[in-house]
Design a binder for this molecule. Structure first.
Ligand SMILES: NC(=O)c1ccc[n+]([C@@H]2O[C@H](COP(=O)([O-])OP(=O)(O)OC[C@H]3O[C@@H](n4cnc5c(N)ncnc54)[C@H](OP(=O)(O)O)[C@@H]3O)[C@@H](O)[C@H]2O)c1
Length: 449
């Protein structure tokens, strides 16, 4: 039985809730220390002034046909959607991708695999607009040749900084190279004689809002100058550090605090190593779905990518931050019921919906635990980790999304997640071999032991 073969360390969402106050203070001090270390030498902006778009330093006039963009992390899930969209836009003249080197496969093959997985138009990768750069953000000059750096300094109109390690269980210190890299990209833009014409968009995460005190209202779309609000795990803390440094860069910056991204069009692709696909697999295995009470405000990969592009090319000066969560959430019960229907439709020939009975979250976690004990198997860790995530879901803070709504037509008109999309996710997991009839027959009968 090998239903859970991934590295589940990733899914241990730490949270500051319950941490002793002195620990929170200590984390906040580490955050501040890293902010100071990597903002040394940057302009001493008045951080409050950042929160007004009219105060923008930009002299940038979005041009009709002349955008030249540097995109980091284009080999990843969101990155490849952004790349496909950039390449298909007429007003984008060149796209430089910037990724770390891989010993496995060449850069073209890595992109091709991602495009194929998501059924994006692979032909776009042959576009003459596309220039692949490979380097190391921690090396001088990003590990690129002087000639390339000069070209970037002379040409860039936008940087979309999207590369980041999504390991939720690592401490802040393990993200230091990302902070160093963010500073290196800031320095690249600042070293250009056209620095005021370069926009810098950072794909941040709502996990940096994890310790926000909700009695103050929704998390604002401004720079929050209190490191304690970000305490709770290295990933979110590192996004917050990056944001604070970007705020001092003197560049026209926007930080997008993005919520959970789910599979989208065209084929519902959603990597099965992520926590929700794993939950679905466990539901199928256990023969039971859980129904959390909170709402789900996930956004699809394609819509998130569209919103990123609308914002980075927006004609008006940008605010410092925008929060991206779905403006029309749906109940989690709706999602889980749609998952159940799709599983039965696709895999459970002859089964009734009751075959996947609905249980409380606690009962579901207990079932997973019991099943793990019965099998003396890996799922014991998994159930602990999944329970941390599932129980934590309702505690994600509410965010103000006014800026995002104002800046993006796509955001304004987003359709709620529907059963058709959920069914695409399930079909994608089946097609990629992560869910299957045999797993159900073989494993589920044992799960009730
Ligand atoms: N997915 C979500 O639900 C979500 C939600 C909020 C925010 N975000 C943010 O959106 C961005 C993209 O997320 P994603 O889901 O597309 O992530 P992903 O699929 O894991 O892709 C991450 C990208 O970053 C690169 N990367 C990771 N670690 C790196 C390192 N140490 N050095 C250099 N490059 C590194 C990866 O390169 P390799 O191909 O070489 O690994 C890949 O190109 C990230 O900044 C993430 O924090 C994502």
């Amino acid at each position: 039985m090998a239903i859970f073969s991934h590295d589940f360390e990733f899914f241990s969402y730490p949270t500051s809730k319950g941490l002793p106050v002195q620990d929170i203070v200590q984390h906040a001090e580490s955050i501040e220390a890293m902010v100071s270390k990597y903002s040394a030498g940057l302009d001493d902006n008045n951080d409050d002034s950042l929160n007004s778009p009219t105060s923008s330093c930009s002299t940038r006039k979005p041009s009709a046909v002349n955008e030249i963009v540097l995109l980091t992390g284009s080999t990843g899930n969101l990155g490849c959607y952004i790349l496909a969209s950039l390449l298909s836009k007429d007003h984008v003249r060149r796209v430089y991708t910037f990724n770390r080197k891989s010993t496995d496969r060449n850069i073209m093959d890595r992109h091709k695999a991602q495009f194929e997985d998501k059924e994006l138009n692979v032909a776009l990768l042959s576009s003459p607009k596309l220039v692949h750069l490979e380097g190391d953000v921690t090396l001088p000059g990003l590990g690129l040749s002087e000639k390339v750096i000069t070209n970037l300094q002379q040409e860039l109109t936008a940087i979309i900084h999207n590369a980041w390690n999504s390991n939720f269980s690592s401490p802040l210190s393990s993200f230091e190279h990302h902070i160093k890299g963010t500073r290196a990209l800031i320095d690249l833009a600042r070293s250009s004689s056209r620095r005021n014409a370069i926009r810098f968009l950072f794909t941040s995460s709502i996990t940096m809002t994890q310790n926000w005190d909700e009695s103050q209202g929704p998390y604002p779309e401004t720079l929050v100058m209190d490191a304690m609000t970000a305490v709770g795990g290295g990933y979110g803390e590192s996004k917050y550090v990056a944001e604070r440094i970007l705020a001092k860069s003197g560049l026209e910056v926007i930080s997008l605090r993005i919520g959970q991204i789910c599979g989208g069009e065209p084929n519902g692709a959603w990597k099965s190593v992520e926590w929700f696909p794993i939950c679905v697999k466990a539901c199928w295995y256990l023969g039971a779905i859980f129904v959390p009470s909170h709402e789900t405000n996930w956004m699809t990969m394609d819509s998130t990518s569209d919103i990123v592009l609308e914002i980075v090319f927006h004609k008006d000066p940008l605010p410092f931050a925008a929060n991206l969560t779905h403006p029309r959430p749906v109940s989690s019960a709706f999602i889980l019921h749609a998952v159940r229907d799709a599983l039965i439709q696709e895999l459970g020939h002859g089964l009734s919906p009751e075959s996947l009975r609905q249980v409380s979250v606690k009962e579901w976690i207990d079932m997973l635990e019991r099943s793990a004990i019965t099998h003396n198997a890996e799922p014991r860790n998994i159930s602990r980790l999944l329970s941390k995530i599932i129980f934590k879901l309702p505690s994600f803070v509410t965010l103000d999304i006014s800026n995002a709504i104002k800046l993006s037509e796509r955001m304004r008109t987003l359709e709620p997640i529907d059963a058709r999309l959920v069914s695409k996710w399930v079909k994608f997991w089946i097609a990629s071999g992560d869910l299957g009839q045999s797993g159900f027959c073989e494993d589920r009968s044992r799960a009730h032991l």
